[in-house]
Design a protein around this ligand. Structure first.
Ligand code: PGA
Length: 256
């Protein structure tokens, strides 16, 4: 069974102090939930979050939003997997479309990052998705297929823990979502790709989230889809009430 997940991608929002305030507002409410709630916070907010959370809170996990693949070196401004290990994060978002678009990350670089994350005990949340122009040209599957090529090389014993987030670029931060049926269709297609590239067993185990303008008002329709294992949420994850509400709704639909 795939454990459902609601992951907040805070992007470049919240200082350490603001993160701590957020956590104290949500901590008790999400305690009993069977959904995995993940906070992907800026690097500087991770130590205060870890300190405030302790190690015993089973429902809330921490994630980073990017990392370099090397352990150390002359890479000004980058952060390494060893540094993330020290911050005790569980997850790391890799290949987010904002990294691809604004920082020109390539599929080859993202593949190296996923390898490195696995090698250092971090679980990647690998983002894939097409732009509006690509969708209009009917290239959605072709684009995602290219973004998923690394799958066949990833370590077999680790790959089933991978989390994939399908985020159509045109739906991110725009208020436009894919319809739940369309998101489920693409996610079903991604699962079949995993079947072909890796194995049936892995295709059944990998969690695939939908992302792109998800909020407390619309999350239920995505969670109602069997294929969709959770959501990666940007803007709507910044407010404690809406984060808690999304975790509750996902829990009602998918929790055990
Ligand atoms: P959004 O962002 O929910 O604000 O659209 C999603 C994401 O970028 O992960």
């Amino acid at each position: 069974m795939r454990n459902p997940m609601v992951a907040g991608n805070w992007k470049m929002h919240k200082t350490g102090e603001e993160a701590r305030e957020f956590l104290s507002a949500v901590k008790e409410s999400v305690k009993g939930e069977t959904v995995e709630a993940v906070l992907c916070a800026p690097f500087t907010a991770l130590p205060p979050l870890r300190e405030a959370l302790g190690r015993s809170h089973a429902s809330i996990k921490l994630g980073a939003q990017n990392m370099h693949w090397e352990e150390k070196g002359a890479y000004t401004g980058e952060i390494s997997p060893l540094m993330l290990q020290e911050l005790e994060v569980d997850y790391v978002i890799l290949g987010h479309s904002e990294r691809r678009a604004y920082f020109h990350e390539t599929d080859a670089e993202i593949e190296k990052k996923v390898f490195s994350a696995f090698a250092h005990g971090l679980t990647p949340i690998l983002c894939v998705g097409e732009t509006l122009a690509e969708r209009e040209k009917g290239e959605t599957e072709q684009v995602i297929s290219r973004q998923l090529q690394g799958l066949k090389n990833f370590p077999k014993e680790k790959i089933s823990s991978l989390v994939i987030a399908y985020e159509p670029v045109w739906a991110i931060g725009t208020g436009k979502t894919a319809s739940a049926e369309e998101a489920a269709r693409v996610i079903g297609w991604i699962r079949r790709q995993i079947f072909t590239l890796v194995s049936e067993e892995v295709s059944r185990e990998v969690r695939i989230l939908y992302g792109g303008s998800v909020n407390a008002e619309n999350i239920d329709q995505f969670m109602a889809e069997e294929e969709i294992d959770g959501a990666l949420v940007g803007g709507a994850s910044l407010k404690p009430e809406s984060f808690v509400k999304m975790v509750e709704i996902a829990g009602r639909r998918k929790g055990r």
